[in-house]
Design a protein around this ligand. Structure first.
Ligand code: SF4
Ligand code: SF4
Length: 260
């Protein structure tokens, strides 16, 4: 239409928090809007451009048959597809149902469970289509989104950190809550990107940025049990918001099965 690259933002099963993080870019978003054509972003505009798009940001997990069909249409229309947030990259908190009886949960939660049409699982976008980059977080770090977006528009590969939250603690001189207070911090296995937000407030990390590159959750699980955390509580921590990621799930399954 105007020679600018086309950007689209799509939502699947999610709370919209990652899209709100994109909107929170505020001044940077205005500058971005001068350089790209925001072709589809229902959280921000009623415009519906059918594409194709140069870059699509995708929030949310796949939880219905309609989602399965729609994500394939989004993929077909998008040159570069970037997933944003832990729902899109791991299945999110709604993936708790993946290890439960979803029909029983529907009966517990909804007065009319027969009206609910949902798959028995919540799965990440990468289980269904090719994904070019994943930005983890609950919600995402808006500056990471902007950086990946600009690089994607320039045709460059994303440069997301692979190190753990512990690295961010060290960089900001943060006292370790695991060592100093014995708190069950998941920072050693969690991807950097939040600036060690929770430890900076004296709290333990619960892994909302998903697994770091090459994490060792088995070793951390052992250490947490040495600190007095029960096996069940270690399992529950690993089965948190990013619990469906294979790196965390494998260890949680093993502990739950009593094999560690
Ligand atoms: S507080 Fe947590 S994230 Fe920070 S260094 Fe300690 S274990 Fe790592
Ligand atoms: S410290 Fe952990 S739980 Fe807290 S915001 Fe960062 S990644 Fe998420």
């Amino acid at each position: 239409m105007n020679g600018k690259p086309k950007l689209a933002v799509f939502k699947f099963a999610s709370c919209d928090g990652c899209q709100v993080s994109v909107l929170n870019l505020e001044e940077e978003l205005l500058a971005l809007a001068e350089r790209v054509d925001i072709a589809f972003f229902l959280e921000a505009t009623s415009r519906i451009d059918p594409g194709p798009y140069d870059v699509a940001l995708v929030e949310g997990s796949i939880t219905t048959e309609e989602d399965v069909e729609r994500i394939h249409r989004v993929r077909a229309a998008s040159r570069t597809l970037v997933t944003i947030g832990v729902c899109a990259t791991s299945g999110g908190i709604q993936a708790l149902r993946n290890t439960a009886d979803v029909e029983a949960w529907k009966r517990e939660v909804y007065p009319h469970p027969e009206w609910i049409r949902a798959l028995p699982t919540s799965t990440p976008i990468s289980d269904h289509v090719k994904v070019d980059a994943e930005i983890q977080g609950c919600p995402v770090n808006k500056h990471q989104v902007l950086r990946v977006l600009l690089r994607a528009l320039l045709g460059a590969t994303p440069d997301l950190p692979g190190a753990s939250v512990c690295m961010e603690c060290k960089r900001r001189g943060q006292v370790c809550v695991l060592v100093a207070k014995g708190s069950p911090c998941l920072g050693p296995i969690t991807r950097a990107g939040c600036g060690a937000l929770c430890p900076s407030l004296g709290r333990d990390c619960y892994a909302c940025f998903g697994p770091a590159d090459d994490p060792n959750p088995a070793s951390l699980a052992e250490r947490l049990q040495q600190l007095g955390v029960s096996r069940r509580d270690v399992v529950l921590r690993l089965r948190g918001v990013a619990g469906w990621r294979p790196e965390f799930r494998a260890v949680a399954d093993r502990l739950e099965g009593g094999r560690d």
